[in-house]
Design a protein around this ligand. Structure first.
Ligand code: CTP
Length: 216
C-alpha cells in the first residue's frame, strides 16, 4: 500500500523573524512512517519543521505552513491508499504577514488571526483511500474524538490525552484509543511510540483492506 503520513507542527509566519506554532515533535508521525516501511509499504512523509531524521526509504516532503501542508497532502493522496494525519496543523494564522520586523512599543499588542483550512475536512467524501485522523485532547477525550471522527469524515480517529505530560506531545511514549467509523473502539495502553505505531499500522491495513475497493 502507499501510505501518506503527515507529522510535526506547522509554522504560521507573523513577520520575517516570528511565527505561531505548537509543541508537536513529530515523533508519532515519524514512528508510523517507520512502522509502515518495516511492513514493506511505500511511504510519503510530509513533515513540518522537526528535529528528527527521516526513516530510510521514505519519500520526504518538507513543509512549513498549513497552506503548504494542505497542498502537499492533496498532491500525495492522488495515488495514495492510506492517509495518516499525524501533523498538528495550526488552526489559525495571522491575517497579514508583516514584510518587515514588527517593532516593540509600550502598549498592548494584539494579532488578528484567521482560521487555516482544515486538511481533513477538505478531502473528497467519495474517495478510494483510507483516512486516519488524530485527536489531541486534554479533556472529554472520547466525546471530542467521536465528534472529530464524524465532522472530519475520517475512517478512523486515534485519540490521545495530551494533558498527561509523560505521554503524547514531545514524549517517547503514548497511550491511545482508536475509534473506527464502524463503531469499534480499541485501547492501546501505554507503550513506546514505536510499539504503538506498529499496532496502528497493522490495524489501519486490516481496516483499509475491508473498506477500499482495490486489490492489494
Ligand atoms: N487537522 C487538519 N487541518 C487543520 C487542523 C487539524 O487536517 N487545519 C487534522 C489534524 O492533523 C488531526 C485532526 O485534524 O488529524 C485533529 O486535529 P486536532 O488539533 O486534534 O483538532 P482540531 O480540528 O484542531 O480541533 P481543536 O483544536 O478544537 O481540538
Amino acid at each position: 500500500m502507499k501510505f501518506v503520513v503527515t507529522a510535526g507542527p506547522t509554522r504560521e509566519p507573523i513577520d520575517p523573524v516570528r511565527f505561531l506554532s505548537n509543541r508537536s515533535s513529530g515523533k508519532m508521525g515519524y514512528a508510523i512512517a517507520a512502522a509502515a516501511l518495516e511492513s514493506d509499504h511505500d511511504v510519503v512523509l510530509i513533515s513540518g519543521p522537526v528535529h528528527l531524521a527521516p526513516p530510510a526509504g521514505a519519500k520526504l516532503v518538507n513543509v512549513i505552513t498549513s497552506d503548504e501542508m494542505y497542498a502537499a497532502v492533496h498532491e500525495a493522496v492522488r495515488d495514495g491508499d492510506v492517509l495518516v494525519m499525524g501533523a498538528a496543523v495550526s488552526d489559525y494564522k495571522p491575517a497579514r504577514v508583516a514584510k518587515t520586523k514588527i517593532k516593540k512599543c509600550d502598549e498592548n499588542f494584539s494579532l488578528d488571526l484567521i482560521p487555516t483550512r482544515d486538511v481533513l475536512k477538505s478531502l473528497p467524501r467519495s474517495r478510494n483511500f483510507f483516512v486516519v485522523g488524530f485527536a489531541a485532547e486534554t479533556n472529554d477525550v472520547e466525546e471530542h474524538a467521536r465528534a472529530k471522527l464524524a465532522t472530519k469524515n475520517c475512517d478512523m480517529m486515534v485519540a490521545n490525552d495530551v494533558s498527561d505530560p509523560t505521554i503524547g506531545m514531545e514524549s517517547d511514549e503514548n497511550a491511545v484509543t482508536i475509534f473506527s467509523r464502524n463503531g469499534e473502539i480499541e485501547k492501546i495502553s501505554r507503550a513506546s511510540k514505536k510499539i504503538i505505531a506498529r499496532t496502528l499500522v497493522k490495524k489501519i491495513c486490516a481496516n483499509a483492506k475491508k473498506v477500499l475497493t482495490k486489490n492489494f
